[in-house]
Design a protein around this ligand. Structure first.
Ligand code: C5P
Length: 233
């Protein structure tokens, strides 16, 4: 990690997380004595590579100001948006005055608390000289079906199928332009898809399987198990 270009982290954290059926957004659920988002941000801070972390928070979010990390000197609070892409764009705009177009931005879901410094360093070290950037991903071990109306209409060749994780690492200027061009497009569910729509081909860097996204209630127990394993290892 001897590179000199600045790296920023952007954390979209303005989702409601309705699939959790909880009384609060999933990033504020308790996991091993802290909230999910505190684990996520602590792990990003521990990686010790970011000039600052820009976090997109919903206007109705009363939980964020209660957290000590919300006033951390390396953490910037930005307004959340309607969709994930709007939140990322807002977090990028919040660092506009300080970031250069060539700087790297690593966008990481607030709902992925088990991210490790090893994964972050691996992504940066692999892509640092790249023109476009890329994402952490995992090869699919399951056979994937194309389903319409409850019936299978095709089987995807799993040798070509990867599951997109975060962080997703792109140059500030290209990423901001790609997201601005993609506003309102429901097919843009991650940063890589916005870049793809620009005709670019982001790279794949194999990540760790413990970098799960908290989506359903049972994911919390799994995340707790992974965090314990990481602490023991
Ligand atoms: O809903 P999903 O799990 O795909 O969300 C991924 C991340 O995007 C979460 O960290 C969530 O808080 C964030 N998000 C956001 N703004 C939205 C929707 C989701 O920051 N409008």
């Amino acid at each position: 990690m001897t590179q000199s270009t600045t790296c920023w982290a952007v954390v979209p954290a303005a989702g409601a997380g309705k699939r959790m059926n909880a009384d609060r957004p999933k990033q504020y659920l308790e996991l091993a004595g802290k909230t999910v988002i505190e684990h996520t941000l602590s792990h990003l801070l521990q990686a010790n590579v970011f000039a600052a972390i820009s976090v997109a928070i919903s206007a109705e979010d009363g939980y964020w100001p209660e957290l000590e990390l919300s006033t951390h000197s390396n953490i910037i609070t930005a307004a959340g948006g309607k969709e994930r892409a709007d939140s990322v764009l807002s977090a990028l705009t919040a660092i506009r005055a300080k970031a250069s177009d060539d700087d790297w931005v690593l966008v990481h879901d607030a709902a992925r608390p088990c991210i490790t410094s090893a994964d972050i360093h691996q992504l940066i070290d692999t892509l640092y000289q790249d023109k476009v950037g890329g994402i952490l991903a995992l090869p699919s071990h399951d056979t994937l079906k194309n389903v319409q109306g409850g019936a299978i209409v095709g089987t995807l060749d799993r040798n070509h199928i990867w599951r997109a994780l975060t962080p997703q690492m792109f140059r500030y200027g290209l990423l901001k332009a790609a997201l601005e061009a993609a506003v309102g497009n429901p097919a843009v569910t991650d940063e890589a898809s916005a870049m793809e729509l620009q005709g670019l081909q982001p790279k794949i860097v194999e990540g760790r399987p413990d970098n799960i996204k908290i989506t359903r209630p049972e994911d919390l127990a799994l995340a707790q198990f992974y965090l314990e394993q990481q602490n023991n290892g």
